[in-house]
Design a binder for this molecule. Structure first.
Ligand SMILES: CC(C)(COP(=O)(O)OP(=O)(O)OC[C@H]1O[C@@H](n2cnc3c(N)ncnc32)[C@H](O)[C@@H]1OP(=O)(O)O)[C@@H](O)C(=O)NCCC(=O)NCCS
Length: 135
C-alpha cells in the first residue's frame, strides 16, 4: 500500500508510520483490490467528525488498472463494512482535477450530497461529498 501511495503522491504521500496507524487502527475499515496476488488498490475509512459518519482517508487504484471502474466495488466493500459497524454515511474529500469528485456525484446520484464546494488542499482542489449508506 505504501509503495502505491509513494508512487502516486511522492513527497505529499502519507508517511509509512501514518499509513500503518490508519490501517492498523481497530476503528478503521480497510478494503483492497487484488489481481493475481498483486495488490492493485486500497481504501481506508476512519471515524469522522460524527460518530455516524466515517471519513474516507485514502483511496487509490494502481495506474495500470485505472479507468475500469475498480474503485466502485472497492468502495462498495467499504460501505458494507461500515454499515456493519452502524455508520450511516461516508464522507469523501474527492479530488476534482482527475474527475473523481464528478464521478462520485454521478455514481452515488441521490445518495451523494455536497457538503463543501471545491476548495484548495495540499492534494489539489477537492470537493467534500457525503454518501449515505444503504444498509
Ligand atoms: C480516483 C481513482 C481511485 C479512480 O479509480 P478508477 O477505478 O481508475 O476509476 P475509473 O476511472 O475507472 O472510474 C471513475 C470515474 O471517473 C471518470 N474519470 C476518470 N478519469 C477522468 C477524467 N480525467 N476526467 C473526468 N472523468 C474521469 C470515469 O469516467 C469514471 O466515471 P463513471 O464510473 O461514471 O464511468 C484512481 O484514479 C486513483 O487512484 N487516482 C489517484 C489517487 C486519487 O486521486 N485518489 C482519490 C483521492 S480523493
Amino acid at each position: 500500500m505504501f509503495d502505491l501511495e509513494r508512487e502516486e503522491w511522492a513527497d505529499r504521500a502519507f508517511s509509512r508510520s501514518e499509513m500503518r496507524r490508519q490501517i492498523a487502527s481497530p476503528r478503521s475499515v480497510v478494503g483492497v483490490v487484488e489481481i493475481a496476488d498483486d495488490l492493485v488498490g486500497f481504501a481506508v475509512a476512519t471515524p469522522g467528525w460524527s460518530e455516524r459518519a466515517a471519513t474516507l482517508n485514502n483511496v487509490l487504484i494502481a495506474p495500470a488498472h485505472r479507468g475500469r471502474g475498480l474503485v466502485w466495488p472497492l468502495l462498495a466493500e467499504l460501505e458494507r463494512q461500515l454499515g456493519a459497524r452502524d455508520y450511516r454515511a461516508l464522507v469523501i474529500d474527492a479530488r476534482v482535477e482527475n474527475g473523481f469528485a464528478d464521478a462520485v456525484e454521478r455514481h452515488y446520484a441521490d445518495r451523494a450530497r455536497v457538503l463543501a464546494k471545491d476548495h484548495p488542499s495540499p492534494y489539489g482542489p477537492q470537493r467534500t461529498i457525503r454518501v449515505t449508506l444503504t444498509g
